[in-house]
Design a protein around this ligand. Structure first.
Ligand code: ATP
Length: 199
């Protein structure tokens, strides 16, 4: 699953819209300290559904919206679109290219889109399960990440290994089915009570 392009607007240092095209092979991002190299990686993690402001090096999610500089006023909206190549069919959608978009307004309102169609965060999370870009994001090795993995609790490490092994999606489906089963069992109990009352 290759990254094809990334569009960023109003996210951290990138107040104006920028579009990065990733070619095949290795892409290096070079720049002076504080110029926004890590913010590009944060933008990728964010558009893929990252929910922790801390993981994005902020304290609140609103911190990802451009907060102003000496020359520019703050903006009210951050938007990132990541286009993934899906010609190998890694992602379970019948499209050769998949564009994931995330927007956040300062009011707290947020929006996700798949190929420009509004969707839920859950649709994106389900789409990315077992790809390495899902919840555990093992394909992101940030500064300090290795140490974090080595010192993680066994339970956290197991989640990571499950994502690497590609069983997250099956586990998630099993949990959903078990939840539905429990709900149905409760409905049955309630139904039996009603029937007994009617007899
Ligand atoms: P280094 O090489 O030191 O790791 P870097 O190129 O990776 O640096 P980043 O960490 O990506 O740089 O960017 C840090 C810069 O991003 C800081 O100058 C910080 O002020 C700016 N920044 C972070 N969040 C925002 C925001 N919401 N609005 C405006 N600027 C922001």
């Amino acid at each position: 699953m290759l990254l094809k392009s990334l569009e960023i607007q109003g996210f951290k240092t990138f107040v104006d819209r920028i579009k990065l095209e990733f070619g095949p092979g290795i892409t290096c991002i070079v720049g002076p300290n504080g110029s926004g190299k890590s913010n590009i990686v944060d933008a990728i993690a964010w558009v893929l559904g990252e929910q922790s402001a801390r993981a994005l090096r902020g304290s609140r999610m609103e911190d990802v919206i451009f907060a102003g500089s000496e020359k520019r006023r703050p903006v009210g909206l951050a938007e990132v679109t990541l286009v993934l190549d899906n010609t190998d069919g890694t992602l379970p959608l019948p499209y050769p290219e998949i564009a994931i978009t995330r927007r956040l307004m300062r009011s707290g309102e947020s929006e996700y889109k798949l190929n420009k169609i509004p969707c839920r965060l859950r649709d994106i999370q389900e789409l990315l399960m077992d790809t390495g870009a899902g919840r555990e994001k093992f394909s992101f090795i940030g500064q300090g990440r290795l140490e974090e993995i080595l010192t993680a609790h066994p339970e956290e490490r197991r989640l990571l290994l499950e994502e690497v092994a590609g069983i997250t999606r099956s586990r998630w489906r099993k949990e959903q089915v078990l939840k539905r089963l429990a709900e149905t069992e409760q409905d049955l109990v309630r139904l039996k009570d009603i029937l007994r009352e009617l007899e």
